[in-house]
Design a protein around this ligand. Structure first.
Ligand code: AMP
Length: 308
């Protein structure tokens, strides 16, 4: 069985969308990645940190999904990472209102011994030095390292971010962030620049407009499923990454063709995430629902055309 190691935030999120707002609820990059990856037949573990203000129920939820949480440090008297965001009417633009690093500020990650030989490492969004430290603790170089990041770390730790990007196989990033990182408006040129920084593959996420996979001269595009209900896009990018990484860990095939399937699985999972606030939809998601929507994805993108 493939092993997936996940690093990222386990957080409190407070979210406002045109459809309502939440109190502090469970969020965080590693949480969304873990929930998505738990849909595949793999062993997975999260490396993260929380304060003792994190309700046990939230941690139990991850355990119930078969995620090893021995790598989540609970700091006595510490406060959990907190993020507050607001979406505007089109749900595509989001404003970060508050980011409190709290226990994340001086977190030293410890990879559980049983996961030092993980096949796939998914470096979810957090400080690039923490991401690097996880790579350094592995027994050997994992078969595949995937990195996700966001503008916050480009603004606050660019040198460290560029350093860790050099060591990974795939960078997943959204379109705006790809432009910020490379100073290229064209996403094709941005992907070229990112290839030069190290990663052999680049995935550029475009929210409700799908995702692009780049591998040298090859490009693959997966649409996002047009949905009737979109409540809260928070975590969609992480859910995509979790589906992508979970599928690769389960299938143990890192070819371009298989990465295309991974992008579809990631997009499929993300399409569910946005249907409810926070992690709610991912908590109840069934394999049969995923399977059904995969058929819709296939139908959406298939066409016959005669070419000479
Ligand atoms: P996404 O919508 O997939 O881009 O990610 C949303 C999640 O990222 C939320 O659950 C937040 O807790 C988490 N998050 C927000 N800002 C940061 C940050 N600077 N570092 C790590 N995680 C973050």
């Amino acid at each position: 069985m493939g092993k997936l190691l996940i690093v990222g935030t386990v957080a409190f999120d407070e979210i406002e969308t045109p459809f309502g707002k939440t109190d502090r609820i469970l969020g965080g990059a590693a949480t969304f990645i873990g929930l998505a990856a738990s849909q595949f037949d793999i062993e997975s573990a999260i490396v993260s940190v929380v304060g003792d203000d994190m309700p046990q129920d939230y941690l139990d939820l991850l355990v119930k999904k078969n995620i090893d949480i021995s790598g989540i440090e609970v700091v006595r008297g510490g406060k959990t990472f907190y993020w507050k965001g607001k979406y505007h009417n089109d749900l595509n633009s989001r404003e970060t209102l508050v980011t409190e690093l709290n226990t994340l500020s001086d977190f030293k990650p410890v990879v559980p011994t049983e996961f030092k030989d993980a096949d796939v490492v998914m470096l979810g969004n957090l400080h690039p030095e923490i991401q690097m430290s996880v790579i350094e603790q592995m027994n050997q170089r994992p078969k595949f390292i995937i990195l996700d990041t966001m503008n916050f770390w480009m603004d606050h730790a660019l040198t460290e971010l560029i350093n860790v990007i050099e060591h990974v196989d795939v960078l997943t990033i959204n379109d705006e962030e790809a432009r910020q990182l490379t100073e290229e408006y064209s996403l094709v040129k941005a992907a070229e620049e990112i290839h030069k920084m190290g990663p052999e593959y680049v995935v550029i996420k475009k929210g409700e407009h799908g995702a692009l996979l780049f591998h040298k001269e090859q490009i693959f595009f997966a649409p996002a499923l047009p949905l009737e209900e979109v409540f809260d896009p928070t975590g969609a990018g992480d859910t995509f990454a979790g589906g992508f990484a979970g599928y690769l860990a389960a299938s143990d095939n890192m070819s371009f063709n298989n990465l295309k399937s991974a992008v579809i699985h990631g997009s499929n999972l993300a399409s569910f995430c946005v249907e409810r606030f926070g992690t709610k939809r991912m908590e109840s998601l069934k394999k049969e629902e995923l399977e059904k929507r995969l058929h819709q994805f296939k139908a959406l993108t298939q066409f016959d055309i005669e070419l000479t």
